[in-house]
Design a binder for this molecule. Structure first.
Ligand code: MN
Length: 252
């Protein structure tokens, strides 16, 4: 079975078509959101399918203007084992909001910790060190799954020491640096992702079932046939979610 652990289903031009295909092709998909106010409608797209879970997010690039949605975040968190997309972004366009990003990130980690911990899909572009240091301040917040990790090798080492996981997409595997990072990640803490529709394959936006491309990329790094890679990913998925996937079908 395929796994896309970081996909923005609600941001495709025709989300319904994506959902129909996810179900037909049986891709377990973590449908991440970028604001708490988008959660309800995004969750309703999933038709309570066993293949889709909608995680609760507040994207760092929106953190500055959506601070007021933190109360809604806390409300919606109660029966959702999945949080994301959250984190920090240190890119040129977002650096100036780092202070509010931090405020929001810390609040969410605190909510998560208070509620016993969650599985967190983490954005850390050009802010890996700071993201890792916040996560280590809030250790009870849950298991961090770094999405498209692009930090340095020593930052990677720190993230591994912290017990973090990684979701890997075809874009990351397309660069030498990305492959080098992947090579150093523990194989038993890796899942696949697309980050669709924000990544492309050829001239099309990547769809959840395109994780096949990441599977063959992992196969090249690990020198394993795709079937063996996929078997490892299935074991990893079960280990990470520990039944939370099946238990948590959110009512529409
Ligand atoms: Mn994303």
């Amino acid at each position: 079975m395929l796994i896309d652990f970081h996909c923005h289903i609600d941001l495709y031009p025709n989300p319904k078509l994506i959902v129909d295909n996810i179900i037909q092709r049986q891709v377990r998909t973590l449908s991440v959101t970028t604001t708490p106010s988008a959660w309800k409608i995004t969750n309703s797209l999933s038709h309570q399918s066993e293949f889709i879970r909608t995680s609760l997010g507040l994207h760092p690039q929106l953190a500055g203007e959506r601070y007021s949605e933190l109360a809604l975040f806390e409300n919606l968190l109660q029966d959702n084992p999945f949080i994301g997309e959250i984190g920090l972004d240190g890119s040129k366009e977002s650096k100036h909001t780092l202070e509010s990003q931090l405020k929001v990130f810390r609040h969410i980690l605190w909510f998560s910790k208070k509620s016993g911990g969650r599985i967190l899909s983490i954005h850390s572009r050009l802010a890996a060190a700071q993201t890792i240091s916040e996560l280590s301040e809030f250790r009870g917040a849950g298991v961090a799954v770094f999405h498209w990790f692009s930090g340095s090798l020593s930052e990677l080492e720190a993230a591994i020491q912290l017990g973090s996981w990684f979701s890997i997409g075809h874009s990351m595997l397309g660069s030498k640096k990305g492959r080098e990072l992947v090579r150093r990640m523990p194989r038993n803490r890796i899942l696949t992702e697309t980050d669709g529709p924000f990544t492309s394959i050829g001239s099309n936006s990547a769809k959840p079932w395109d994780v096949r491309k990441a599977i063959s990329g992992l196969g090249e790094v690990w020198r394993l046939p795709n079937d063996d890679v996929n078997a490892q990913l299935g074991i990893n998925f079960d280990e990470l979610t520990k039944g939370a996937w099946n238990k948590s079908r959110n009512p529409v």
